[in-house]
Design a protein around this ligand. Structure first.
Ligand code: SF4
Length: 434
């Protein structure tokens, strides 16, 4: 092939088939895409063993993408239900799926995904190592963590989250800083516990060069996890979060030296007024590497509605530099999401992503809205359903509440401003009482 990773190809000006697909989807020129991938400002996660992949690019100059987290857990271990959620998510436009399975035969499910699922696939090998070795946390060796990473790479996973920014120095600073909600990252809390139990350095930090070699071999994109992401707005922007981000910036540079593609993960919970500055700090410390945000949830008080708190934060984050939004469902903080929760989370996240693309002025982004404006002006309900981000819901709502006159809806009836303006500007009479 003449190249190792997509980044390595871009640096040699080799145009891969994945780049061709991405450039066509984004509507950008190949020279621009090559430059973005070569300098790390866009990634194309595409493991060489994920043969059915439909590739997408992730970067702030490209359309905002979303990720959907799925997978089995000890309490909900039905693989068929999880697979149904995966396929629904893909059909609803999720560009990426993270398999966070933490129970059962995870390799069977993972391999089924890389064989059948066209979305970009991500995993967190820390979770899987616990299941795979099935022994006390403290007895897992440093090399065993890395072996699981390699196994996921062989299985065709396109990107992996590793919590390598939480090294002994960051951990010491975290313990000093006395946060309200400690570490809420599942992987971060596990690796911190392992470090405390064994006294060892974080293996993903200690053996980072070995990780990079595996990434080069399979073209795995690293997603540098934020173990210290704030889990409540009181912890946002604190010393632990920023110190970890500094380490992640250094690890980003080391990955780029080996042509390994990198994303950096971000908050978490964060008040609305802090998001823009946080995105700018990340862009500076990590030299424009794509930022993958988990929310941010702009308030802590809305369990049951956290798809909304996350969509508000996600839209602002993506406007100011984030390029990849991890969806949040109404079930966040409460339970494993159902099929319906997943749908609501995806829609909320897609709205946030699109709103940001419009705000950033990405070519073509506002055209969709313009077409909806045209359909509303002509009261063309069928066209409005076609253009709706959730056509089924839009159609169902209108069907459930039929107006007396079909050129209105039951909100305003004959006082419909759209209908009346169309009439008066067309020289027709407007009589509300007739
Ligand atoms: S009736 Fe009111 S809400 Fe419904 S389409 Fe007309 S202006 Fe809009």
């Amino acid at each position: 092939m003449g190249y190792t990773t997509q980044m390595n190809a871009a640096r040699q000006k080799i145009v891969t088939k994945e780049m061709q697909a991405v450039a066509a989807w984004e509507g950008i020129g190949m020279d621009r895409l090559l430059k973005l991938v070569a300098n790390g400002q866009a990634v194309i996660p595409a493991n060489k063993n994920h043969k059915c992949l439909k590739p997408f690019g992730i970067g702030s100059a490209l359309k905002t993408k979303i990720n959907v987290n799925l997978g089995t857990s000890r309490d909900c271990m039905n693989m068929d239900v999880e697979l149904e959620k995966v396929m629904n998510a893909v059909n609803m436009g999720a560009e990426a799926i993270m398999d966070l399975s933490s129970f059962g035969d995870t390799r069977v499910f993972r391999r089924k995904l890389t064989a059948e699922c066209p979305a970009i696939l991500g995993t967190v090998p820390i979770y899987d190592a616990i299941v795979y070795y099935n022994k006390p946390l403290k007895d897992i060796t440093s090399r065993e963590w890395i072996d699981v990473f390699k196994m996921h790479a062989e299985d065709g996973v396109d990107f992996m989250t590793i919590h390598c920014g939480l090294n002994r120095s960051t951990a010491a600073r975290f313990k000093q800083s006395k946060r309200l909600l400690n570490l809420v990252s599942r992987g971060g809390s596990l690796i911190f516990s392992w470090m405390e139990l064994t006294g060892n350095e974080n293996p993903f930090f200690e053996f980072y060069d070995d990780i990079l070699e595996i990434c080069r071999q399979y073209d795995v994109t690293l997603s540098l996890g934020d173990a210290c992401r704030p889990g409540c707005i009181a912890d946002a922007g604190d010393v632990s979060q920023i110190e970890e981000l500094v380490v992640l910036g250094e690890l980003t540079a080391r990955a780029w030296e080996k042509d390994v593609q990198v994303m950096v993960e971000g908050p978490g919970h964060m008040a609305l007024n802090q998001i823009q500055a946080n995105m700018e700090i990340q862009q500076t410390l990590c030299k424009g590497a794509p930022f993958y945000v988990l929310g941010p949830l702009v308030t802590d008080i809305a369990p049951g509605y956290d798809h909304i708190t996350a969509a508000i934060g996600g839209a602002i984050a993506a406007t100011y530099g984030a390029s990849f939004l991890c969806y949040v469902t109404p079930a966040e903080h409460l339970r494993l999401p159902t099929v319906e929760d997943v749908k609501e989370g995806i829609i909320a996240s897609k709205i946030a992503a699109h709103a940001a693309d419009v705000a950033k002025g990405l070519p073509g982004a506002a055209d969709w809205d313009y077409r909806m404006g045209q359909a509303r002006r002509t009261l063309d309900w069928e066209r409005q359903f076609e253009l709706a981000i959730d056509p089924e819901k839009a159609r169902r709502y209108r069907a459930q509440s039929q107006p007396e006159h079909s050129d209105t809806c039951t909100m305003c009836g004959k006082m419909c401003s759209v209908r009346n303006m169309n009439k008066i500007l067309n020289g027709e009479n407007v009589d509300i009482m007739e």
